[in-house]
Ligand binder design. Structure first.
Ligand code: 5GP
Ligand code: ZN
Length: 113
């Protein structure tokens, strides 16, 4: 069995509050939300970060990006939202499985800290 938390969430081995799911991706609410709405979108395939994607992942990446606006609409984020992907050490990526944060229902600051 894999010890990757997000692979285990993707296979429902670890429970999560699911916002969207299909055969390729799953979106679930973050355990420690940084905004009133904080959802993570991940590929079910284990990819550590954007540095690890290959040519064959192009369609999957496009699928994630395409679905984000539908997921955001379902979450009621008509007023806007932020999409963030932390990759690698300097970005403080804590879970080594590619993920995209969707944050909404509060005013964001820019530039990020
Ligand atoms: P990162 O810091 O790697 O960009 O984001 C990882 C995110 O995953 C964090 O916001 C953290 O709260 C969330 N997280 C870590 N473990 C779990 C978990 O077991 N379940 C859920 N729902 N979120 C988690
Ligand atoms: Zn994984």
């Amino acid at each position: 069995m894999t010890d990757c938390i997000f692979c285990r969430i993707g296979s429902h081995d670890i429970p999560s509050t699911v916002a969207y799911e299909d055969d390729k991706i799953i979106a679930f609410h973050d355990l420690e939300p940084q905004a009133p709405v904080h959802v993570l979108v991940i590929p079910k395939k284990h990819i550590e970060s954007l540095d690890d994607v290959t040519e064959e992942d192009q369609e999957l990446l496009g699928h994630i990006m395409f679905k984000i606006h539908e997921i955001a609409a379902d979450l009621g984020l008509a007023n806007g939202y932020r999409v963030v992907s932390n990759n690698g050490e300097d970005a403080f990526q804590t879970v080594k499985h590619l993920h995209f944060h969707i944050l909404g229902k509060r005013k964001m600051t820019w530039p990020p800290g």
